[in-house]
Each structure stands twice: as structure tokens, then as C-alpha cells.
Design a protein around this ligand. Structure first.
Ligand code: GLU
Length: 310
């Protein structure tokens, strides 16, 4: 069995030397100035061992990775009825695409494209004030990560709220099909804020442990979701977690994963083995962390973790 500590350190060293770092996203002004040289990797085994290297304790904007946790919460609230509000098929479209929505009459293709995540946020918001819904999402994140220090970066949320015209358009368009229950401003306010949760690789890998371990926190034994639900969330991450780059990610890495465009992070799950978080702000053409994907490909290969075999 390869030595996980060594593999993680080797990969971080290799990534530090690479020049192909991708392009940092600029569409959220507050995030445009992140250091493209940053790189962090943290792996938490289901046996509790931690292997981390690089900037693994530096907090970054998790952006769309938060959608894994809002999906988990919304399924907890309304169960399989959620699938009437949002599909679970890969979109083959960019993260903020509007084209499919017209054909599909306001029902987004999956919970991880922006339109789908906005619909999921709307489900969590129903029956609450935006502040309560946001508090619930943040507390859930703190619970699964076992870390009450996790916060929301208000400057990032405000920056996206000022400039997120595409998301505002998506939400209004869905509202025109009656596909949102709450006022558009309320749903978007909660959405922008949960995307602005700030976490380090280590905190994020901690938060993902339940998905690697049949829905339970392997350290405390607390159940977060039933094993069947963890399996299904992993399935949606595998097929939809990287937007129109999901096929390429499955082909190269072979693990369920969810990327965040703005911050450049990826959460990946090796079922039964480990929860992994990687951060490198430069993106590839599909808006996924370039070196994050390269590092995960190396990790999965060297540890023999691809779900498709060696
Ligand atoms: N807040 C970002 C947006 O809605 C999330 C996108 C992402 O990180 O993939 O555009």
C-alpha cells in the first residue's frame, strides 16, 4: 500500500513546480485577486488519518462546493420530492448556462449547475427567513466539519450580489415558470451567501467525511444521512460535479467530485477510503481548477482509488 503522507507531499511539491496554473476567475470581483500560486491538498481517511500539504490550512471561497451540502440538506427536508424541482442528469453545459432552462420549463437539469443550486436553495429557504436558512446551512457545514469556526466571507457575498447578473437572470427566468417559491431576492441572497462560505482544504475534507463513510462521521459515529443517500449524492457528484467537464473528470480522476469556479477548490470522495479537498485557484476552460484536477488524477492513480479500477 503506498504511503499516503508521502504521496500527498510529493504531489504538492510537483504542483508547486508546474507553470501551467490555469486562469483565475474574475467574474466575482472580490475573488479576482487570489494568488494563482496557492496550492493546498488535504486527505482524511475514514480511519481518521490526515495527510495534508501546501496551503491546506488557508481558507478560500468554496463557492459551488457548497452545493453538495445544500443538496444534502434539501434532501433531508423533502426527500425524493426534490427531484420534481430539479433533475439529476449531466447538463453538458457551462455552470451558468440559461439555454436548457427554456426547453425544460424552469426545471434545471441537475442540482449543481447554478440554476439547479438556486432551486435547491429555494427549497431550504421555504418556511424561513433568509437569515434563518443561511444560519441552518452554516451550522450544518460546521457540524459535518466538526468546526464551529467556519464563517461566511461577507465581502465575497456582497461582491457577487452586486455583479451576479447572470444568476439574477437565471432566478428570474425560473420564477417566470413558477419554479421558485420564494421572492427571487431572498433565494439569491441565501445562494450568494452560502457560495461565500470560506474554508480551508482541511476543513472541507473533514466536511466530506460522511460521503466517504456510508453517511456517517467516521470519528464520532454520528449519522448525517442514510448510506443509500450518501451513495446517491456521490453518484450525482460523479456525473454532474464538474459541469461540462464532468466526463473528463471521471475519465481522468475516477472519483465523485465537486468543483467551485470562483475559488478554485474541489472536494472529491473515495468511497470507503477518504475525503479529499484540493485548492488551486487557476481554472481550465470548463471553469474547474486545473491543477486541482491534475493533483487528484495523480492521487487517485498512485493510491489506486479510482472507482473504476486500477
Ligand atoms: N457563486 C458562483 C456562481 O453562482 C458559483 C459558481 C461556481 O463556483 O461554480 O456563479
Amino acid at each position: 500500500m503506498p504511503n499516503l503522507d508521502l504521496v500527498v507531499r510529493e504531489i504538492a511539491d510537483e504542483m508547486r513546480q508546474r507553470r501551467d496554473r490555469g486562469e483565475v476567475a474574475t467574474y466575482i470581483p472580490e475573488l479576482a485577486c487570489i494568488d494563482a500560486q496557492a496550492f493546498g491538498l488535504a486527505v482524511i481517511g475514514v480511519d481518521g488519518r490526515v495527510a495534508a500539504a501546501g496551503d491546506s490550512d488557508t481558507a478560500f471561497s468554496i463557492q459551488s462546493i457548497s452545493k453538495v451540502f445544500t443538496l444534502t440538506l434539501a434532501l433531508g427536508k423533502i426527500g425524493d420530492r426534490l427531484w420534481r424541482r430539479v433533475g439529476r442528469e449531466p447538463s453538458g453545459s457551462p455552470f451558468n448556462s440559461i439555454v436548457q432552462l427554456e426547453r425544460e420549463r424552469g426545471v434545471p437539469r441537475n442540482p449543481f449547475i447554478n440554476a439547479g443550486a438556486i432551486a435547491v436553495t429555494d427549497v431550504i429557504l421555504s418556511g424561513h427567513q433568509p437569515r434563518e436558512a443561511l444560519g441552518e446551512i452554516l451550522r450544518f457545514m460546521q457540524f459535518v466539519a466538526d468546526d464551529p469556526s467556519i464563517t461566511i466571507d461577507e465581502a465575497v457575498a456582497a461582491s457577487e450580489q452586486r455583479t451576479g447578473f447572470r444568476n439574477i437572470a437565471l432566478a428570474n427566468y425560473m420564477k417566470s415558470f413558477d419554479a421558485l417559491d420564494n421572492p427571487v431576492d431572498f433565494t439569491l441572497g441565501v445562494y450568494f451567501h452560502h457560495c461565500a462560505i470560506s474554508m480551508s482544504c482541511r476543513q472541507l475534507a473533514m466536511a466530506g467525511r460522511f460521503l466517504a463513510h456510508l453517511g456517517r462521521n467516521p470519528t464520532t459515529g454520528h449519522s448525517v444521512v442514510q448510506p443509500e443517500r450518501a451513495r446517491r449524492i456521490n453518484a450525482v457528484m460523479l456525473t454532474c460535479g464538474h459541469y461540462d467537464g464532468s466526463g473528463e473528470f471521471a475519465y481522468r480522476v475516477g472519483l465523485p467530485g465537486k468543483s467551485g469556479v470562483g475559488g478554485g477548490g474541489i472536494l472529491a470522495i473515495s468511497p470507503g477510503k477518504a475525503s479529499i479537498a484540493v485548492w488551486s485557484p487557476g481554472l481550465d476552460a470548463n471553469g474547474n481548477s486545473h491543477l486541482g484536477r491534475v493533483a487528484l488524477e495523480a492521487l487517485s492513480k498512485r493510491m489506486g482509488w479510482s472507482i473504476f479500477g486500477a
